[in-house]
Write a protein that binds this ligand. Structure first.
Ligand SMILES: Cc1cc2nc3c(=O)[nH]c(=O)nc-3n(C[C@H](O)[C@H](O)[C@H](O)COP(=O)(O)O)c2cc1C
Length: 313
């Protein structure tokens, strides 16, 4: 399955496991890379020295390419970028920030840089900043999300129209059929989050993984648009946010409710009541916790099967 994305990263399949706080440590990233996709360590929930350990363990667990996702909103981002260079990381996916800030630094250090966006305007800005590829993530996606509510089905062809660098589609892709659909729309590859959150190698708590399996259509919602829009499961924590909204809260009051450790509490410690449980709409299609390698294999098989059916349309 050779194309622009497989040759950019030197991988077998254009399937990227999205960086996910509290889910994607070295075990998940190396399992995806060993299966022929591209695994990403999610730096967003790691102290810098913890990240360093994950990178070192990942190098031992796979001889295939892997990368690191860095949400740029954290205060210690400079320390993280220096660690990436020191550890010889070859691929970095940046998100949640301005791509201009770090792209040149990373590229000067020989790193392939990809930036995550949720609109064609920011896709263009990322291309102008010199990135090697763009991830365009639709409103279906789990975790932090765009304000404009642009779905993957509309976002991908609009971004394709604007940029010339390779395009990776994210949001709502968990099967080979979904992968084929977004590639028909103009993507060169896919970034998959939710499906890999429900894998054996994901570092999240079993309670969270079981919640993903139980999720149905309508189980998730995007909220906290004033702070940082996030798609999550509609549990008690979500209901507390809605109750506060009914009182027209100030951003400070929202921040206070959110606190700092809700995502850790929910996804890592398994508190399904008070914790933040980030997952995408596609959770309604996830019925089994599988090894990450099997998820990759299944997607490739489904993709090839679906492609064979296309002439009959
Ligand atoms: C639990 C969870 C945590 C996430 N954390 C991050 C993150 O730290 N950085 C990031 O850029 N994207 C993050 N994302 C987004 C994913 O990398 C990916 O783009 C998204 O999940 C794709 O949509 P899908 O959930 O429909 O597969 C997260 C998604 C989930 C489900």
């Amino acid at each position: 399955m050779e194309n622009k994305i497989t040759s950019l990263f030197n991988i077998k399949y254009p399937i990227i496991q999205g960086g996910m706080i509290w889910n994607s440590g070295y075990k998940l990233a190396s399992a995806v890379s060993n299966a022929g996709g591209l695994g990403l360590i999610g730096a967003g929930s790691m102290y810098p020295e913890v990240l360093r350990q994950h990178i070192q363990k990942c190098k031992k667990a796979t001889d295939k390419p892997f990368g690191v996702n860095v949400p740029m909103l954290y205060p210690n981002v400079e320390e993280i970028m220096n660690i990436l260079v020191e550890e010889g990381v070859k691929i970095v996916f940046t998100s949640a920030g301005n791509p201009k800030t770090w792209t040149s630094f990373l590229k000067e250090n020989g790193i392939t840089v990809v930036h995550v966006v949720s609109s064609s305007k920011f896709a263009l800005k990322a291309q102008e900043a010199g990135v090697d590829a763009v991830v365009a993530e639709g409103f279906e996606a789990g975790g932090h999300n765009g304000r404009e509510e642009t779905t993957t089905l509309t976002l991908i062809p609009m971004v394709r129209e604007k940029i010339t660098v390779p395009l990776i589609a994210a949001g709502g892709v968990a099967t080979g059929r979904g992968m084929l659909a977004v590639m028909v729309l103009g993507a060169d590859g896919v970034q998959v989050g939710s499906r890999f959150a429900a894998s054996i190698e994901s570092s999240s708590h079993d309670h969270f993984k079981d919640t993903i399996l139980q999720a149905e259509e309508g189980s998730t919602q995007v909220t906290l648009k004033e702070l940082a829009p996030v798609r999550l499961i509609k549990n008690k924590f979500y209901q507390d946010i809605q109750d506060l909204y009914a009182k027209c809260p100030t951003p400070e009051e929202l921040k206070e409710l959110l606190g700092r450790a809700r995502a850790k509490k929910g996804m890592f410690e398994g508190d399904l009541v008070e914790g933040e449980l980030e997952i995408g709409q596609i959770a309604g299609l996830i019925h089994e916790i599988l090894p990450a390698g099997t998820i990759v294999e299944n997607m490739v098989r489904e993709f090839e099967d679906a492609k064979r059916e296309v002439p009959s349309f």
